[in-house]
Design a protein around this ligand. Structure first.
Ligand code: PHE
Length: 355
């Protein structure tokens, strides 16, 4: 084609190129690029006209220059058109491939963990009688887990058998006063040492004890503990609060029984049983024929604990209680093996979908 152009005048070449540009077609991006190179690149037909234009006699420059510019504009417009056409063809091709009748991907909903469900229910019940939630660290010091709670220095709970100690420096063995909390009473000591009564808090959280893992025991589990300190708080207040809780949690028919017990941080101390809701109190394998199942420990906060935490035990009294979330979940959902709570087996977890 270039050979042809050489013997054509510039005016003829412009006319010829104009005809060609008008009917340019491209079926793909590659074809379009080939055409762009042929007509518009530096060595392409149209820029080459500008080269030849340099040799045009002065008097023809004005008209020829205008025609070349016009041709270039036409060509650019045509290329833009082709580019747009290709773009919409690609969109159409993409749309043609889509199946608009296909059902959308289902959104997989997760389920709430049974321990979360039970924890939230306990919190909900106590929040209705004025309790709020307090939080504290799982890696604690001896002071907040034991000392402030009236544990004697030789108390067995401090023993390595029960408590996981955290080495302060790698390789450096005991004595260490940093440990994994064995109960959330440590959060209660944090609250008591940082604020004055009235105090009415719930302390939910994970706790750790050095036990062999089996269907009935684990090296970690969950607790919700409660603490109420004010003027004139009595054991009767504790009993009423726990009876209210038992009825809300297990049904209006539920009875409670308080048995004397011992905790270093409460005096007097008790353990609370509820009437077995499996046999209705008649006696079954679950309650070992007694008609009662133990669900929590409780008592009046020992004055030594109040004093150690900076609360005047002559002015204030208080009660405390603590329960295992797994134990309550077992009673509610009859889960026989404790390990199921931490194995993340979806076949187990899915069963709580509707709870
Ligand atoms: N902290 C006790 C435990 O972990 C439970 C408890 C709390 C008992 C408060 C009495 C009062 O077993």
């Amino acid at each position: 084609m270039r050979a042809n152009f050489e013997i054509m005048s510039i005016a003829e070449q412009i006319a010829e190129l104009q005809k060609q540009v008008e009917v340019l077609k491209a079926a793909s991006a590659e074809e379009l690029e080939a055409l762009r190179l042929k007509y518009m690149s530096k060595k392409g037909a149209i820029p080459q006209l500008f080269e030849q234009f340099k040799a045009v006699p002065k008097e023809e420059k004005a008209t020829l220059g205008a025609s070349i510019n016009h041709l270039r504009q036409q060509a650019e417009a045509r290329f833009n058109e082709l580019r747009e056409q290709l773009g919409s063809m690609a969109n159409q091709a993409y749309a043609d491939k889509q199946d608009l009748t296909r059902t959308p991907d289902p959104i997989e909903l997760g389920t709430r963990h049974p321990l979360s469900l039970v924890r939230e229910e306990i919190i909900d019940i106590f929040s209705r009688i004025g309790f709020t939630v307090a939080d504290g660290p799982e890696v604690e010091d001896d002071k907040h887990v034991f000392s402030l709670l009236n544990f004697a220095p030789e108390h067995p709970a401090r023993d390595m058998q029960d408590t996981f100690f955290v080495e302060k420096e790698e390789g450096v063995q005991k004595p260490s006063d940093i440990l994994l909390r064995t109960h959330t009473s440590s959060v209660q000591t944090r609250v008591m040492t940082s604020q004055q009564p009235p105090i009415r808090v719930l302390c939910p959280g994970r706790v750790y004890r050095n036990e062999a893992i089996s269907a009935r025991a684990h090296c970690f589990f969950h607790q919700v503990e409660g603490l109420y300190i004010d003027k004139n708080v009595s054991f009767a207040d504790l009993r009423e609060a726990l009876l209210y809780f038992a009825k809300e949690m297990f049904g209006a028919e539920t009875k409670i029984r308080l048995r004397p017990s011992y905790f270093p941080f409460t005096e007097p101390s008790a353990e609370m049983d509820i009437s077995c809701d499996i046999c209705g109190g008649k006696g079954c394998a679950f309650c070992k024929g007694t008609g009662w199942v133990e669900i929590l420990g409780c008592g009046m906060v020992d004055p030594n604990v109040l004093e150690a935490c900076g609360i005047d035990s002559k002015v204030y009294t208080g009660y405390a209680f603590g329960m295992g979330v797994e134990r309550i979940a077992n009673l509610k959902y009859r889960v026989k093996d404790l390990r199921l709570f931490s194995e993340n087996d979806v076949r187990f977890l899915r069963q709580f979908e509707s709870c």
